[in-house]
Ligand binder design. Structure first.
Ligand code: ZN
Length: 49
């Protein structure tokens, strides 16, 4: 089963990316490096619970 997850910028809190994940394979919180338009740079985006 796939869950929809939201990735939030760790610096400004903006929700910039939406993805899916396999709950069985990834139990830990995902962190991705993505461009944030608000910060105008690449920041860490953390999965929002
Ligand atoms: Zn940001």
């Amino acid at each position: 089963m796939r869950d929809r997850i939201t990735f939030k910028c760790s610096e400004c809190g903006e929700e910039n990316y939406i993805g899916t994940r396999n709950k069985k394979k990834h139990t830990e919180r995902m962190v991705i490096k993505k461009y944030c338009p608000k910060c105008n740079k690449k920041t860490e985006h953390k999965e929002k619970k």
